[in-house]
Write a protein that binds this ligand. Sequence first.
Ligand code: EPU
Length: 439
Amino acid sequence: MRQIEETFLIKGGTSLNGTVQVRGSKNAASKMIIASLLTNEPCTLENVPLSDELEITKELCESVGSVFEHPRLHEVRVATKEVTTPIVQILSRKNRIPILALGPLLHRKGLAEVPVLGGCPIGHRPINFHLAALTQMGVKIERRENSYYAEVQKEIKGADIEFPFPSVGATENVILAAVLARGVTTIKGAALEPEILNTVSMLRSMGAKIEVDEGERTIRINGVSSLRGTKAEVMPDRNEVVSFAIAALATGGKVFIPGVEESYLTSFLEKVKDLGGLVNIRDNGIEFVAGGKYQGTYIETSPHPGFMTDWQQPFLILLTQAEGKSIIHETVYEDRFGYTKELVRMGARIELGLECPERNSCRYLSQGYSHVANIFGPTTLRGTKIVVGDLRAGMAHIIAALSAQGESSISGIRHIDRGYEKIDERLKRLGANIERISI
Ligand code: EPU
């Protein structure tokens, strides 16, 4: 992992054009690597991105006995013949992954300890759903100073679980614990992000019995006694698709992204069209073409198949270029607009609000959270110095700098490197004026 602090220097004003290959999804690949801990046989994963999130996940698995090989670029072979220790004391507050290792480690060793979580500062991000569900399944969990310590009471057993909100991590956690549990587990109110279904399909190929009812938002898992090794492919990263698409749309350019499925991005594609961008669906991918003029719109983030919360930050940059008032109503995280301060310094007109838009109330209604952004456009953005505070906001800052007049310097780019493999090199190939410098 990189230790030196690096900065991007970006000169704005050039449009991005060309074909860009998106990498595999970090939010699927990291979970699939954790899923490999459920078997003592080797698992091969293809299309694994070379982002720092994957390095963190690898470090976690290696610390419990996994052996990694990299037969080819973007291919990982992981084997955990034996779990040498179920106690993970490293990686505290680095990302959201360690809590997902609980189920696999408990199945292998009967006890487990994982560090407290980190990840982007975008809200409180509690893990109460994870803990309650695992407790229901027969696990005793104790919060220690810097970790969670868990022990199987008698056995891990199937349970009827209902989430008050479709949490991605909690859904994954229960699936990973339930595939080897005794009996049937039902998850009502499950999250159904395509990245979760990617892990589900890997688990099925390992011998897991999982049924997904998307209409009912329910997942039913029939525990089996063991799982085998497998070969699985990580799906393309939807966040990368959105990032490159918006970078082209915001700079007056045109990009073609091969290998992308339209159905994973429906709500994003609709909003691009609403705004006045062009979306051309081809047999082998999607082309995005900038419109001459953009029109303001209303966006409400929500779990899949809704407009994903990770897309609102880059999309907001487009809205600064749109005529009239736009609104982004963030209903997944209570505090995901911190990054707008930097955009206001660049010349954007953004007012944050505490109250839900009329007739569209969410669970953050009248709770004092700035979860609504009102954007007034079009405004000219000017280059500036920016310190990145989180991953998706970091990508939004890059796009803002690319579409701004003048030069910007973006520091804190380790947050961006956690989620994007060599983003600067790929943007450069599309014509961006971006340099990575070490200070
Ligand atoms: N929540 C609870 N209790 C819980 C779990 C979640 O209240 O026990 C709440 C959270 O506080 C949040 C909401 O439910 O308000 C959704 O959280 P979720 O559990 O779905 O998020 P996550 O699993 O921690 C993953 C992605 C995020 C992405 C969200 C939503 C990974 C590693 N992270 O986080 O991705 O925003 O799902 O789609 O998969 C990113 O990649 O930049 C990123 C933040």
